[in-house]
Design a protein around this ligand. Structure first.
Ligand SMILES: [Zn+2]
Length: 434
């Protein structure tokens, strides 16, 4: 039973629904790069896969960075002169600038306004703001709410703690026949935002479950980390085993209705870059391949020059290019089960190509072997009753000289990977290929 066989039996509609349900469950949690919200998220994920949770103390040096103090929040509000909560953390955790230091103080509107953030162009949306590495505080609110604030005295309270503690991340390793690894990484540090990046979390969870269920050639590693500081921490603690990573993907923003997009690794022509491009080219009329740039998600760290790992990034609409990005409008209406299922199927197709991308040798390279004599003549009539493409058979025979992989042959012939692989399997069966 190969991964491809297993994939044929999957009901993608059901999987899309399950991914969406997981996002619904995780959506209310107030996550950050450290703290209980992140732990609570991992505990929920541990019900789905046997995730190992790692705790790294605040103050730990990771390359040029330091693991920050741990942030936890219980409540936050701004009350007007009559004691009504005009900004209320209980209504949306986006109302508080993530990582705000605790404060309890009365102040004028003018003073309060120094700490308020809105989106005048989208007056009903609450922006998502963070201040991880500068100790300050603030509130985010809709511009409409902001315009309604009267010139009076306000009571401001952020009931939070910022103290030495830990950075938490989750990892899951599924061993394969080889110690060569495929890395899937997602950031899980955003509070109530769906596409960025609960969609990525859900996709990586369902991939992990799927890959743990069947045999495979590669080993697979799944990381659920806080953005930037999490990948730096993981890289710093695992520097000696990075040479096992053969291919990698950062997964983010994979639940919106936009078409799929793939951002290449820094290497630009790594196998994962070619495989993802091939899968999109052969499965979607609309897709986008983007060159590497040192901006985006954790591929920035994996692809920093000291590591230069073959890690690309899979998204639908890339970050910053959908108006709802980092606002309260990145909610449960922005992601759909159908888009999640499609993203899942793309990743499975990529895994399928990676797993099947081997190099063969034609055993009868002097002239074309006589296919009819070996029961392959029907193929040559161009009739597709066997499901084989006669051009694929000829391309495999011609290019299988020990230097061209199945993907090389697929790319050069213009055929899909599966078509070339089926031809190769048929030729192996009759002894023409090894
Ligand atoms: Zn983000």
């Amino acid at each position: 039973m190969t991964i491809a066989n297993v994939a044929n039996d999957l009901n993608f509609q059901v999987i899309g629904q399950e991914m969406y349900s997981l996002i619904e469950e995780l959506y209310p949690i107030c996550r950050s790069i450290t703290g209980e919200g992140f732990r609570q998220t991992l505990r929920r994920l541990q019900c789905l896969i046997p995730l190992t949770v790692h705790e790294v103390p605040s103050g730990t040096q990771v390359f040029d960075w330091t693991v920050p103090k741990e942030w936890n929040i219980r409540d936050a509000y701004v009350k007007n002169a009559v004691g009504d909560r005009v900004i209320d953390f209980r209504q949306s955790n986006l109302h508080v600038v993530n990582y705000s230091v605790p404060i309890r103080q009365r102040m004028s509107l003018a003073e309060l306004k120094q700490h308020l953030f809105t989106l005048p162009d989208h007056p009903d949306w609450i922006p998502y703001r963070t201040s991880y590495y500068k100790e300050t505080w603030g509130f985010c609110l809709s511009h409409r709410q902001y315009l309604e604030l009267k010139d009076e005295e306000y009571e401001v309270c952020i009931d939070a703690t910022l103290e030495p503690g830990h950075l938490t991340y989750g990892g899951y390793y599924v061993a394969g026949e080889s110690s060569d690894e495929v890395l899937f990484s997602c950031h899980a540090c955003h509070p109530s935002l769906c596409n960025d990046n609960l969609s990525g979390v859900a996709l990586v969870i369902f991939l992990a479950r799927h890959l743990a269920a069947g045999p495979h050639r590669y080993s697979y590693r799944f990381l659920f980390i806080p953005g930037t500081i999490g990948s730096l921490t993981w890289l710093s603690m695992n520097e000696t085993c990075l040479s096992n990573i053969r291919h990698g993907l950062v997964v983010a923003c994979v639940g919106d209705k936009g078409h799929p997009s793939y951002k290449k690794s820094r290497q630009g022509n790594a196998e994962i870059d070619r495989v993802f491009s091939h899968v999109l080219k052969h499965s979607d009329p609309d897709y986008e391949i983007l060159d590497f740039s040192p901006y985006g998600y954790d591929e920035r760290q994996y692809c920093s020059p000291g590591f230069n790992l073959p890690v690309g990034c899979f998204s639908r609409t890339p970050h910053g290019r959908f108006p709802e990005y980092h606002t309260s409008a990145d909610d449960l209406t922005l992601v759909t089960p159908a888009a999640l299922a499609d993203s899942f199927s793309k990743c499975l197709a990529v895994v399928n190509v990676l797993e099947g991308n081997r190099t063969y040798v034609n055993q009868y390279p002097k002239g074309e072997p006589q296919l009819g004599r070996r029961g392959l003549y029907r193929l040559m009539g161009g009739v597709a009753d066997s499901g084989l493409d006669e051009m694929a058979v000829l391309w495999v025979l011609n290019l299988s000289d020990g230097t061209h992989s199945v993907l090389d042959i697929a790319e050069r012939s213009g055929c899909g990977f599966d078509s070339i692989r089926r031809a190769a399997d048929a030729l192996i069966e009759c002894g023409l290929l090894k």
